[in-house]
Design a protein around this ligand. Structure first.
Ligand code: CA
Length: 290
């Protein structure tokens, strides 16, 4: 199995990122990942010396041999192991859903014991998930903290063990990078961060000869269309439209009918409300797409 050390990180996705390894479709790859703060916060005072140029590192990129632009990269998540006995959560004045609750920049170290994140006396079972996963975009430069059509910082809790992430390929070789594992996170990620942890992530990569516009995550039962845009209204609209279009194509029905059907079977929700682009997820049971 190919393994990529946490020393190989990128801080932005752009069309020209250089691979650190190449793998073939069907191969398994292990990524060591730093936490979203780049491992800089060991105790609660460390926020004062945080270097913001070192946040949101993503390990990679991995070139997938034979992957061509216009196809879809499928990343099957085989394992997400938390690589520390503690995580960190941060909140900053002016950020998050509630901008004025925190003064300045605060961090809290959260012990992880016996499969739980311990917040004061509250034990929260861990559900490790991948915050940042993406490929080289079509054009422009996206900091790893920003999500869009190439993936990136989608902070979607369904991106977890057993799921398959589908990413549109914009550059030959795809150039997959990932990081920003959370031990646990709620939908919205309201205070601007989750329980940020270093991790080891194992995935199998594959390429499908289909085109998609926005990333999707596929669980055992459902698919989620993931749309990340600067304004939440736009993200809801685009995610809904993408779901309606998919239903129209799969069920061979006029778009007006697919729109009505979507109103019965599509669940529209939020992944995160706090990154530079906000991520909305439209969920459809796979049973309706067969
Ligand atoms: Ca994140």
């Amino acid at each position: 199995m190919r393994s990529i050390s946490k020393n190989n990180v990128i801080y932005s996705f752009n069309p020209f990122i250089e691979p650190v390894v190449s793998v073939r479709p069907g191969e398994t790859v292990r990524f060591e990942t730093l936490d979203a703060l780049g491992g800089q916060i060991e105790n609660e005072q460390d926020v004062l010396k945080l270097d913001f140029s070192k946040v949101n590192p993503a390990t990679g990129p991995v070139r997938i041999e034979g992957a061509k632009k216009g196809q879809t990269l499928v990343v099957e998540i085989l394992d997400v192991s938390v690589a520390s006995d503690k995580g960190v959560i941060v909140a900053e004045e002016g950020f998050g859903v509630l901008k004025n609750i925190v003064k300045g920049f605060k961090a809290k170290i959260l012990p992880i014991r016996q499969g739980c994140v311990v917040f004061n006396e509250i034990h929260i079972p861990i559900k490790p998930m991948i915050g940042v996963i993406g490929v080289a975009p079509k054009e422009g430069e996206f900091p790893t903290g920003t999500a869009h059509k190439h993936g990136g910082n989608m902070d979607t809790k369904e991106i977890t063990v057993g799921s398959r992430v589908h990413l549109p390929i914009f550059q030959d070789g795809a150039m997959l990078a990932l990081g920003d594992v959370h031990a646990v996170m709620g939908d919205g990620e309201v205070c601007v961060s989750a329980c940020e942890v270093p991790a080891v992530v194992t995935v199998r990569v594959d390429v499908e000869d289909v085109s998609i516009e926005w990333p999707m995550v596929e669980t055992k039962e459902d698919i989620y269309i993931l749309v990340s845009l600067p304004r939440i209204e736009e993200a809801f609209e685009q995610a809904t439209y993408t779901a309606v279009k998919l239903l129209s194509e799969k069920k061979n029905m006029p778009i007006e009918e697919a729109y009505m059907l979507a109103s019965l079977i599509v669940d529209v929700g939020v992944s995160q409300l706090v990154d530079p682009n906000l991520t909305v997820k439209a969920k459809i049971s796979k049973a309706y797409l067969e």
